[in-house]
Design a binder for this molecule. Sequence first.
Ligand code: A2R
Length: 323
Amino acid sequence: MRVLITGITGFVGSHLAEYALARGVEVYGSSRWRSKTENIDHVRDRIHLIESDLRDLSSVQHLISVSSPDFVVHLAAQSYVLASWHTPAETLITNTISQVNLLEAIRSHGGPPPRFLVIGSSEEYGLVYDDELPIRETNPLRPLSPYAVSKVTQDLMGYQYFKSYGLPIIRARAFNHEGPRRGDVFVTSNFARQIAEIEAGRCEPVISVGNLKARRDYSDVRDIVRGYWQLLENGELGEVYNLCCGRAWAIQDVLEFLLGESPARSITVRQDPARLRPSDVPALVGDNSKIRAAVGWQPNIPFEQTLRDLLNYWRSRVGAPRA
Ligand code: A2R
């Protein structure tokens, strides 16, 4: 059994690689010559890394031909919503062209096609009215950012390739997920990093924040990659599944929990207008009954534990004492 994980050097890719290796699967991953490999250094000698820029079709054809996978988890993306406001074309090109290149390369490769997991996002739902919560897969998609539009495109492209060519594609819409190795541009990880730096005495006891009112449905990345695997193995082809907890945390609650975990006292919270988005999604809380019924997945790790692990990750990175 071989899996190809695109974007293996990223946050989720590194956790999925660990999960697949623990199951005895042969792991192939794409990386670019300039990709940082710190997330996968600990498993580097047990995986096959293939250099590939997914925006280049010939490079993707090489990737598929060398890895010849049974499963593909397509994680590679411009993954950051805020950045997509500054680079909308780059986000759309990377996220849509990469996937169409992968699907076309699979079509032309021949032989039985691999089961392919499209990684969508709760951001696809975008504007959601209070009476639509918790969000089911049937909710209208009203994307509110260039990133969200790119993910809607990937999602519907997966549907179209399943319908048009019969490719064995399953679509996932993951809600927020966090854990060690999360990039510090993401709000939860960013707070944890700032707190660890304050603890290490590296900066003034001031933490910069954006919109604290937004409410998100958080899971642990280790639960999410297990869900991805269960979908690949047993999800119904062509179908789309939410991966979420069904419980909301306001960003304010995340901040307060992390501050409460820290021995550092008197940290001032300061709003930074640069961290606000032109339009933000107020509340994203999902309904996971479809995936539970289909493959028996549900999240196991309490989000409090995820936040502690994330804070300890940053403490070890910045040289602050571990709690
Ligand atoms: O930028 P790099 O070289 O470090 O690699 C990133 C990779 N990536 C690409 N790989 C090949 N060709 C490209 N044109 C390309 N653009 C980006 O995607 C990195 O390995 C990965 C993204 O990692 P993260 O930013 O840490 O994303 P994360 O949180 O692991 O998200 C995984 C998936 C994405 O589809 C998100 O949109 C979704 O979960 O939430």
